[in-house]
Design a protein around this ligand. Structure first.
Ligand SMILES: Cc1cc2nc3c(=O)[nH]c(=O)nc-3n(C[C@H](O)[C@H](O)[C@H](O)COP(=O)(O)OP(=O)(O)OC[C@H]3O[C@@H](n4cnc5c(N)ncnc54)[C@H](O)[C@@H]3O)c2cc1C
Length: 385
């Protein structure tokens, strides 16, 4: 039995904790937030990652929480719909693939983890010595761990501590998500509205329940302070059409506001001594890939499997060797799709809207979409677990 510390209770951290406790290790998950962060939009679990959910024993629970999305509707400046497409078709989901609210998945994995969770705390200092990693927490607590796993997301402080500062690859936009009242009365439907350089999307699972709003804007400047998120969104969307003003008011009131850049993490290595990176901390592919959650789940599986076979030196090397090609394919897809997520100028939007409007009349629309999404399906299955 090894004492293992995992930093971050998002998706990757609790998934790994579940697998390691099953191997008989004692796992502590330290999470900076005071409780599980259940914010965020809906996320996809595709391909190899669905196998991991089965192996974690939570697939049925996740399936039961599937968003059941029916349709994506595109509206113009006055809110008039000009195209509607079946959700499964356009999102490229097949077989066991599912879509779930990020917070629901995080909660399911947390409840299954069998680990000790320490909320409202974080690693303040870390010394990797011959007998283990000595950790001092922000709370003042101390501990010695056989292994430390950095699953603390895109801006991982643990990564910076052990592997130094590596600039993120900025993909030219920022994403915000928050909850508001479902004033559109939508039911398992997503409504999208694009203007040059900005995109608003709204989703609800139940006409009587809340809605989640996403607002994305283009900005080539990297490194905006995330604490300024609400102001940045308000500035970027000022004067927008459709219900922009109403959503900005709701955003100001929202207490689950999530804001981050559309960025990728490209690390030359994923471990140093007894410390290893997992999930977004190692290889965030950006939300435009739609694969961040799947990579996190698959990474947890591969890391746990390799740790079950060998000591940490060999296991970390094998984990990285197996994951790299799969990660590279998904990162590439994330870069390619960013132009679909961050709208360009008037011409690009006009072209895209024309495509959406006419797609339903296309005699081979399934094949057209299939062709666009083939690289995603290939990337989602580019590893054997
Ligand atoms: C609140 C939230 C909402 C999100 N919403 C979306 C979304 O709508 N769409 C999308 O594509 N992706 C979203 N993401 C990112 C998505 O969850 C990840 O890409 C993916 O699931 C990989 O998961 P992860 O566990 O590696 O990272 P994450 O899910 O980001 O989890 C990292 C966890 O580490 C914690 N943490 C951060 N720093 C520290 C620290 N120093 N010490 C301890 N804990 C720390 C964070 O609070 C978080 O709980 C969101 C992430 C968060 C945290």
């Amino acid at each position: 039995m090894t004492e293992i510390l995992v930093s971050g209770a998002g998706v990757a951290g609790p998934a790994l904790a579940r697998l390691l406790t099953r191997q008989g290790h004692h796992v502590t998950v330290v999470e900076q937030a005071v409780s599980l962060r259940e914010a965020g939009y809906k996320v996809d679990v595709r391909g190899a990652a669905t196998t991991v959910l089965h192996r974690l024993g939570v697939y049925e629970q996740a399936r039961a929480a599937d968003t059941g999305m029916r349709q994506i509707t595109y509206v113009n400046r006055t809110g008039k719909p000009f195209a509607a497409l079946p959700a499964d078709l356009i999102m490229g989901r097949r077989g066991d693939d599912l879509e779930i609210m990020r917070g629901d998945l995080s909660r399911i994995l947390h409840d299954a983890a069998g680990a000790d969770f320490a909320f409202g705390d974080s690693i303040a200092e870390l010394h990797d010595g011959p007998d283990g990693v000595d950790v001092t927490f922000a709370s003042g607590r101390t501990g010695r761990f056989g292994l430390v796993v950095a699953a603390d997301g895109l801006h991982s402080a643990t990564r910076r501590r052990v592997l130094g500062d590596v600039p993120l690859r900025h993909l030219g936009g920022y994403l915000s998500i928050f909850t508001t009242a479902n004033t559109l009365g939508i039911d398992r439907e997503e409504v999208m509205y694009a203007e040059p350089g900005r995109l608003t999307f709204v989703y609800a699972m139940d006409p009587a329940g809340p809605a989640r709003v996403g607002m994305i804007f283009a900005d080539p400047r990297a490194g905006h302070d995330r604490r300024d998120g609400k102001r940045l969104v308000a500035d970027a969307f000022a004067g927008g059409g459709w219900r922009t003003a109403q959503f900005l008011d709701a955003m100001r009131e929202a207490d689950d506001f999530y804001f981050d850049s559309l960025s990728q993490v490209e690390m030359p290595r994923w471990s140093s001594g007894r410390v290893v990176l997992l999930g977004d901390a190692a290889h965030c592919p950006a939300p435009s890939s739609g694969q961040g959650t799947s990579l996190a789940l698959v990474g947890a599986w591969v890391l746990a499997e390799e740790l079950g076979r060998a000591g940490h030196v060999e296991a970390f090397a094998a984990y990285e060797r197996r994951m790299r090609p799969y990660v590279a394919k998904n990162m590439e897809f994330g870069r390619r799709m960013v132009k679909d997520m961050v709208p360009g100028g008037r011409l690009a939007i006009g072209f895209r809207n024309y495509g959406m409007r006419t797609l339903k009349f296309h005699p081979r629309k399934e094949q057209v979409i299939e062709r666009v999404l083939a690289p995603l399906r290939e990337a989602a299955n580019a590893i054997t677990v």
